[in-house]
Design a protein around this ligand. Structure first.
Ligand code: 5AD
Ligand code: SF4
Length: 466
């Protein structure tokens, strides 16, 4: 038997990329590749790039410079190493990468990962290969026909892609250009994936998509299903005790989604709902298609449906022309909403996007200063949110053994890691935990009396069912 070839994937960016990396590993497993943690002994290195923020392409070229040295060393030892660039930078810069980085063998866009084996063969035969087309159909063809290996369960919590691409065209964002138009997978295929994952021990599913609540997949009844209806259906699948979805656009929150939060105990009360700015002038220049007030109204609808719901968000500081007053409107919005956490970024122009042509800029010093002020405020809200857990008893879905011996770690409904001393048998179960303390971002607690000690015979069963 041939020894397995070794594959090293370096992933940057969003959870979509984490999921894509898994897809690539699965596709290449069929070709006899196994993953390796080190670049040095890899037969194939894939850079899974992200184009969303700061100087993404320069970083890729400097990483490729380092990889060239490793590749040359391997060649001197008589070993061939192939280098592939995947992800959004590959999509945006395809030809340019081939031109500028002769060390690269394969350039592959996010819609073509299922062709990786063919692309490698093509590179072997012809030297190099590039594929960055948006196929009109069969965008998700890699999952159909359903190969058992196509979605391998990894642990208790898993992502499932339900839509890809985005039609919103926020003026700062490359996603509509790199990931293409919004496409939703049919409901039936998603149900099959989730059932298969549940059979493999997965208990929590996060539905992902660049604009997940724009979901409008074809249902088994031939009608178009919105995300809320899909969630209702997935909640019926035995074994699935928690559902989440990410990332949402405020404009696409419809009644079906709000009703899902009202009706489904398994739909977690934690929503990532990026707002980007609190200033209506900036929101309009960003082409966000909502005002600060619209955003507040959406938040109020969620809160009315489920009172323990919490939110996270994304913010951009220093969008072209953002004044101090406009930035203050962002701080005011954060103060009014009260977040459980949020990501904030300094604006960085992405070539090809409308905002990159806007001439008014905000100085680097001002951006830095605004970022610190915003992050301080968000950090204080996040700590307050975490501290408020102390003394409470909350449900935790246990996922794996923690680094400290004897400890098992899981997550609360709000994605906070929670550690308890317990038997590994609790992995896969949702159990109430009384939170005793907070260590940095992690909660420490004890299994609540009702759950401890669980009878050995019930250990492998779940306490909550869908
Ligand atoms: N500059 C800064 N931040 C950006 N984001 C997207 N594009 C840019 C950009 N050009 C941020 C947005 C988005 C998150 C994923 O990345 O806040 O929600
Ligand atoms: Fe980008 Fe999100 Fe705006 Fe779509 S909705 S263009 S993914 S920021």
């Amino acid at each position: 038997m041939k020894p397995p070839r070794k594959l090293h994937i370096k992933s940057y960016g969003c959870q979509m990329n984490v999921y894509d990396a898994q897809r690539m590993v699965d596709t290449l497993a069929g070709e006899g590749f196994v993953e390796t943690a080190s670049v040095d002994d890899a037969d194939l290195v894939i850079l899974n790039t992200c184009h969303i923020r700061e100087k993404a392409s320069e970083k890729v070229y400097s990483e490729l410079g380092r990889l060239r040295v490793v590749k040359d060393d391997a060649a001197r030892q008589g070993r061939e190493m192939k280098i592939a660039v995947a992800g959004c930078v590959a999509q945006a810069e395809g030809e340019e990468i081939i031109r500028r980085a002769p060390t690269v063998d394969v350039v592959v866009g996010p819609q073509s990962y299922h062709h990786l084996p063919q692309l490698l063969a093509r590179a072997q035969a012809h030297g190099r290969a590039l594929e960055t087309e948006f196929p009109v159909e069969d965008k998700f063809g890699f999952l159909a026909p359903p190969k058992p290996a196509a979605i391998r369960a990894r642990g208790i919590s898993s992502f499932v892609t339900v839509q890809e691409g985005c039609d919103k065209f926020c003026t700062f964002c490359v996603v509509p250009y790199t990931r293409g138009a919004e496409v939703s997978r049919p409901v039936g295929k998603i149900i099959d994936d989730v059932m298969r994952l549940a059979d493999n021990g997965v208990r929590e599913i996060t539905l992902i998509g660049q604009n997940v609540n724009a979901y409008h997949g074809e249902g088994p009844d031939g009608r178009t299903w919105p995300l809320g209806r899909l969630l209702h259906r997935l909640a019926e699948i035995p074994g699935i005790v928690r559902l989440r979805y990410s990332t949402s656009h405020p404009r696409d929150v419809d009644d079906s989604l709000i009703e899902a939060h009202r009706d489904l105990a398994s739909l977690m009360p934690f929503v990532h709902l990026p707002v980007q700015s609190g200033s209506d002038r900036v929101l309009a220049a960003m082409n966000r298609r909502h005002t600060a007030r619209d955003y507040h109204e959406v938040i109020d609808r969620f809160r009315a449906a489920r009172q323990d719901i919490a939110f996270s968000s994304d913010f951009i500081v220093g969008f072209p022309g953002e004044t101090e007053e406009e930035f203050s409107a962002t701080l005011a919005l954060v103060m009014q909403i009260g977040y459980a956490g949020a990501y904030s970024f300094k604006y960085s122009p992405r070539p090809g996007t409308p905002a990159a042509d806007m001439r008014e800029t905000v100085s680097a010093a001002e951006m830095d200063e605004r970022l610190v002020r915003l992050q301080d405020l968000i950090d204080s809200q996040q700590s307050a949110f975490n501290k408020a857990m102390i003394g409470k008893t909350v449900d935790v879905l246990f996922e794996r053994a923690a680094r400290n011996p004897g400890q098992i770690v899981g997550r609360t409904a709000w994605l906070q890691p929670a550690h308890v001393m317990a038997s590994p048998d609790i992995i896969g179960q949702v159990l109430p935990v009384t939170i005793e303390s907070l260590e940095r971002y992690s909660l420490l607690g004890e299994l609540a009396p009702a759950a401890a000690p669980p009878a050995p015979s019930s250990l492998s069963q779940m306490t909550t069912g869908a």
